[in-house]
Design a protein around this ligand. Structure first.
Ligand SMILES: [Fe+2]
Ligand SMILES: [Fe+2]
Length: 153
């Protein structure tokens, strides 16, 4: 069983791996890049939304973590905008990979901040058994949302 911190970190590791795979594609392998990006986009978007609903919601309510929560949700918003822009751009260009690099750096920094700073503050606000319930919820919501949003082949 994973608590909310483990569930989020596991998801971050998956995102880091997908971003690396996308960076390794060439402009000529646009189809591969497109497929990987489609997976990454749904995964990251749902990660952020579920994280907001389950993890940042209690943090927004506590005065010691309110600032962290507001900053993080704003970063999700910026990442969401970049995901949308990347979604409609031709994938076989330097411009695309340039914009993707900006998103990758933003998200890497964001995830590190969550893991290294926000988690320790959150532990003061979210009780241990609540953190375990939230971890289960996070994983089960993620398991439902990603397939629900995936287009049929
Ligand atoms: Fe986040
Ligand atoms: Fe996250």
């Amino acid at each position: 069983m994973a608590d909310i911190y483990e569930a989020i970190t596991k998801d971050h590791d998956k995102a880091r791996d997908l971003m690396k795979q996308i960076m390794d594609t060439t402009n000529r392998a646009a189809k591969k890049r497109e497929e990987l990006f489609e997976t990454f986009k749904l995964d990251m978007w749902s990660h952020n939304k579920i994280e907001e609903a389950l993890f940042y919601e209690p943090l927004r309510g506590a005065k010691e973590t309110r600032g962290d929560a507001m900053e993080a949700v704003n970063e999700h918003h910026v990442a969401g905008g970049l995901l949308e822009e990347l979604d409609v751009m031709p994938k076989d260009s330097e411009a695309w990979i340039g914009k993707f690099t900006v998103l990758k750096e933003l998200l890497e920094h964001h995830m590190e901040e969550e893991e290294n700073e926000i988690f320790s503050d959150a532990r003061k606000v979210i009780a241990k058994d609540r953190a375990e319930e939230l971890g289960d919820k996070f994983q089960s919501r993620k398991r439902v949302v990603v397939p629900a949003l995936t287009p049929e082949a």
